[in-house]
Write a protein that binds this ligand. Structure first.
Ligand code: ATP
Ligand code: MG
Length: 168
């Protein structure tokens, strides 16, 4: 069971195809800021990586407003790179929210199969491999980096069985 303090900034952490957006909608609908959605808003294309910087600026602007109003917030982005997680931690700290990480650690082969079946994703396997390597490192350092609670779900079965409760 995943138990999250009511006033938290939650980072989903996982490679593409691990099920972050699916998980976010299932458990946190209405509280999710998705990097893809912000790329779409600023550039008209959720896959336009050249828009990432503007997209994240905008996303964190909204996150800050939400946190200032004490609304728990979930960041739906891969968050496998340390600089991405630093942005999460900085945003949480500024508004005194508790930074939480939920890792979706799904086998790369499964993610690759899913990715190939998606019309909205066209990157190659090396991208996934790189994300996977970054994820391995991330899992080891999340707590040290400052995430106060770290949940690691290590298979699609664990992800499907997970329940989330918000602590009052
Ligand atoms: P990205 O980083 O590319 O946005 P993501 O981590 O958000 O990927 P999703 O879009 O949630 O991944 O899921 C990728 C694909 O895998 C989708 O086609 C989705 O239907 C499928 N999928 C997601 N979660 C599960 C699950 N628990 N079991 C089976 N299929 C799943
Ligand atoms: Mg997604």
């Amino acid at each position: 069971m995943i138990s999250i303090p009511e006033f938290a900034l939650v980072a989903l952490v996982g490679i593409s195809g691990s099920g972050k957006s699916t998980f976010a909608e299932r458990h946190f609908a209405g509280s999710v800021l998705s990097a893809d959605h912000f790329r779409y808003l600023v550039a008209g294309d959720e896959n336009d990586q050249t828009a990432s910087s503007d997209a994240f600026d905008s996303l964190y602007h909204v996150a800050d407003k939400r946190l200032a109003a004490r609304r728990m917030t979930v960041i739906d982005a891969t968050n496998v790179q340390q600089h991405a997680r630093t942005a999460v931690l900085t945003a949480a700290k500024k508004q005194h929210a508790l930074p939480v990480a939920i890792v979706l650690d799904v086998d790369e082969d499964i993610c690759w199969e899913r990715t190939q079946a998606r019309p909205d994703r066209s990157f190659g396997r090396p991208v996934l491999k790189r994300q996977r390597r970054d994820l391995r490192r991330a899992i080891r350092t999340l707590a040290k980096e400052g995430f106060r609670r770290v949940f690691v779900l290590s298979s699609p079965e664990e992800i499907d069985a997970a329940t989330v409760t918000l602590e009052p």
